[in-house]
Design a protein. Structure first.
Length: 254
């Protein structure tokens, strides 16, 4: 793997000093206002309401992200239709190109991990990709979610917690950046995915024998798909970036 990056990444280990205070996300209305046409109603369903007061007071970064991401997803659903709609678009038009998600597991997670910040971020990434591949959409603001999603993803990385879902979201973000010609950003994003995957030991998944039990087998297959997707995206981004000069809008990374 080529892991030459122009960004420093660090993850908390056994001897990492505990953070004195978690970073605070901006209020929801500032996030939602970054996406034209989206508004967060004061009468949100109780499912999305957090009963413990203001998100910025004493909550962890994961909790803040989870609250804001869920309300943002709810606002997106109000404007663009049910979540099922863009999930279906993603699996129908993009999944076969880069099969990093197990559809059955993904559907289970949607039903059972509503409060998980990493999965909520993955859902936002799936929506971003669905908007990109949906040729019928003529909305000029359909990609305005990208900077918000990028900020949320970077914030979660800063906590030092790594998961399959966070890596999958990073792969989708890098793929989006590649498709939009943001090659330097895509190179950095996929490089961060490499480091997170190595922390989880996903590079070893290709050497492990496939278990006979169904659940461990599905898990190993997912890990293999994630690792090979990283290899593929990294090679595509590196190849085109190496051919371009700074004058072309992308720095040479060879």
């Amino acid at each position: 793997m080529k892991c030459r990056l122009f960004v420093k990444c660090s993850y908390s280990g056994d001897h990492a000093a505990p953070a004195s205070r978690p970073p605070v996300l901006p209020p929801l209305h500032l996030i939602s206002n970054s996406i034209p046409g989206l508004s967060v109603s004061a009468s949100l369903p109780g499912l999305w309401d957090y009963p413990y007061g203001k998100p910025s007071l004493g909550l962890t970064t994961d909790n803040q992200v989870s609250i804001q991401a869920h309300k943002l997803l709810n606002a997106i659903s109000r404007k663009h239709g049910d979540v099922d709609k863009f999930c279906e678009t993603y699996f129908r038009k993009f999944h076969s190109t880069l099969p990093i998600l197990n559809k059955a597991v993904f559907q289970w997670q949607r039903e059972n991990l509503r409060s998980d910040s990493h999965f909520s971020t993955l859902l936002l990434a799936v929506f971003l990709i669905a908007q990109m591949v949906d040729q019928s959409s003529a909305d000029v603001h359909r990609f305005d979610l990208y900077p918000t999603l990028k900020s949320i993803h970077c914030l979660l990385q800063s906590t030092g917690n790594v998961s399959h879902e966070l890596i999958q979201a990073g792969i989708l973000i890098s793929s989006f950046e590649y498709c939009q010609g943001l090659f330097q950003e895509a190179w950095i994003s996929i490089g961060i995915c490499v480091r997170m995957a190595q922390i989880l030991g996903l590079q070893e998944s290709v050497r492990k024998p496939l278990p006979k039990e169904r659940d461990p087998q599905a898990m190993l297959e997912t890990e293999r798909c994630i690792w090979w997707a990283i290899v593929i995206v990294e090679r595509y981004v590196h190849e085109i970036s190496a051919e371009m000069s700074p004058a072309d809008g992308c720095y040479r990374v060879a």
